[in-house]
Design a protein around this ligand. Sequence first.
Ligand SMILES: C[S@@+](CC[C@H](N)C(=O)[O-])C[C@H]1O[C@@H](n2cnc3c(N)ncnc32)[C@H](O)[C@@H]1O
Length: 343
Amino acid sequence: MIDEVVARYPAMAEAASREATSGWFRGTALSDAHRRHRSFKFQPSLSRDLIERFRDHYLSGIGIEVTDYAIGKAEILKAQPFQKFPYTKLIPNAGYSDALQAEFDAELSQIDPAQVPLFLRTVEDGIDCGGAKGVCVAEGRLIICSRFSIRMAARAVRTVSMLETLDDRPATVLELGGGFGKTLADLMIWSGAETAIYVDMPLNMALAARYLDAVFPERVNLVWAETDRLRDGNINILAPWLLAEKMDRPVDVMLNFLSLQHMQADSQAYYFDSLIRHRTRHLYHENRLEPRDETEGALRDTRFRSEGQLVESRLLNVPWFANAKGETMQNEALAIWAELIRY
Ligand SMILES: C[S@@+](CC[C@H](N)C(=O)[O-])C[C@H]1O[C@@H](n2cnc3c(N)ncnc32)[C@H](O)[C@@H]1O
């Protein structure tokens, strides 16, 4: 799979740039600064080393936060996109294991005992992708994990608690904006989904193909060109500009985490029309409902919410900020909601 991704990536990234004015991205509507910021995801080529061991490189917008690299703040501030970190010694990692175990214990202590096996399975993160790893102890076992996988395991538990209310476990799942694929993999393992579809920007599609192939060998299928098609039983990495032509099947559950919130209103509409309309039975998402700046559409007012039945809506997190007097205040407008919607 890595050879195939390296070989096919440049043509796919070129097609993405050519198609970047259409609904899925609408680059022409962005200011120069926003376009430059997002151009990172259209990198024209990727090295084999980057695809194979992307945990060692500085990448943003794939779900990994700066602190997940367990490297000094000064190093991170100097880092350039795609740069390989000069890991020469473990000093930047000092204290990482203790901090990791504290985060692990804090999450685990809040989990319903029935969901502990799911947490312990999804927190395990032995593949060489995405952030620094450490070892934690739980139930007398050593568990390779990362700050990222601890967050993702808590997310998997939350998501499953919502999806368990459905009559059946989903057989076909689709994730839009899936970072490098960890959540999709976790939920496929839980549901035993036969077929998956992953849709994201060029860089993310390449990294997700690599990661998902490591978790589910021989099941990843790239749908990056006119001649490719979706296949049953596979994890189909589908290019957004090909949706109208290639999306030929119903989806039981579509997933979206911290992604629709960043899109322009045009792109939100494009994805509603091409992924949900007459096709998808349920959407589970975790997003802000209000825009943070003028490039983002207001998810609260989209058809994702108005054309479905809101089965459940839970407030997940309200960020804090310091006001002019230095007081800490909650910013209700930027709250993140977890919602299950039926169509
Ligand atoms: C903040 S990241 C979140 C990643 C992951 N879902 C997570 O929660 O860790 C936003 C994701 O949405 C994707 N995304 C943003 N705009 C997109 C668009 N117009 N089409 C497809 N994917 C997009 C990004 O590439 C990225 O994977």
